[in-house]
Design a protein around this ligand. Structure first.
Ligand SMILES: [Zn+2]
Length: 263
């Protein structure tokens, strides 16, 4: 049940026929885990907390530095040198003290993924490295937790939705790319592109939690802001995928093959 203050706070959500009081109660009872409290994590976390998602888990092992402030809007100059996950928790709690915000100042690994991810209704992956993206993909697939993966590069961005019943990240990118692939710290990125992709990730999350349109789980959304192009590319399960294909080569995934959350 929503309190009178919550009904006022979320009134612009509740006014929408697609949300209403029931939808707001759904959001308020939802658990979302965000991997990465950086350029994508900042707008995602802000909007999910503002929308009233009841439990938000934040995982990030980094500390804030000056170059982050160009796009990581959760932080300011006072945050420099401090833990991103703990600073993010503080900001979100001051925005919306009704929520349960849990921060993990650590990197997601094959040892801690169950403890952090289990119980989530949805996971959002917004880290800046392929190792974490593949690990989160594999973990969510094996634990049967829906996942949204976001990525940004210079003026471009992508979002892919993944459910265990459909395709996974490895259907498109089989393995972690070999050699050095430049990330934002090497190749640059426009800060507001992190805002576009992060805001879309938050919007898709809210729609998913409300059981609305799920086309993001059937398409890759690709954005080229330099040429103002938005494209939805249909994605199908790859029958040869090493994780979700007909003959999975699960040993290459390096997680327990029978990964289950304890009920
Ligand atoms: Zn796959």
């Amino acid at each position: 049940m929503l309190s009178p203050k919550e009904i006022t706070r979320y009134s612009r959500n509740i006014l929408l026929s697609e949300v209403g009081k029931k939808g707001q109660e759904k959001l308020t009872s939802s658990i979302v885990t965000v991997v990465g409290a950086g350029g994508l994590g900042s707008p995602v976390l802000y909007y999910l907390a503002a929308a009233g998602v009841g439990e938000i888990r934040i995982i990030d092992s980094d500390f804030v530095d000056l170059t982050n402030l160009q796009r990581q809007i959760l932080f300011n100059e006072n945050s420099i040198g401090k833990s991103k996950s703990l600073e993010a928790k503080k900001v979100l709690e001051s925005l919306n003290p009704n929520l349960n915000i849990i921060s993990f100042h650590e990197r997601l690994t094959d040892k801690n993924y169950k403890q952090i991810l289990c119980g989530s209704d949805l996971v959002i992956e917004g880290s800046d490295n392929f190792e974490t993206k593949f690990l989160v993909n594999d973990a969510c697939f094996l634990l049967n937790i829906p996942l949204l993966i976001g990525g940004i590069f210079q003026f471009e961005g992508q979002i892919l939705g993944i459910k265990s019943s459909g395709h996974c990240y490895r259907c498109i990118f089989e393995k972690i790319p070999e050699g050095s692939i430049p990330n934002c710290s090497e190749a640059g990125v426009i800060g507001s592109v992190a805002g576009i992709i992060g805001s879309l990730l938050a919007t898709e999350s809210i729609k998913f939690l409300l059981s609305k349109d799920d086309s993001i789980f059937r398409n890759l959304l690709s954005i080229d802001s330099l040429n103002l192009n938005f494209r939805k590319i249909p994605i199908k399960k790859n029958p040869h995928c090493i994780l979700c294909g007909k003959n999975p080569k699960i040993s290459e995934v390096k997680l327990e093959t029978q990964a289950l959350c304890e009920v």
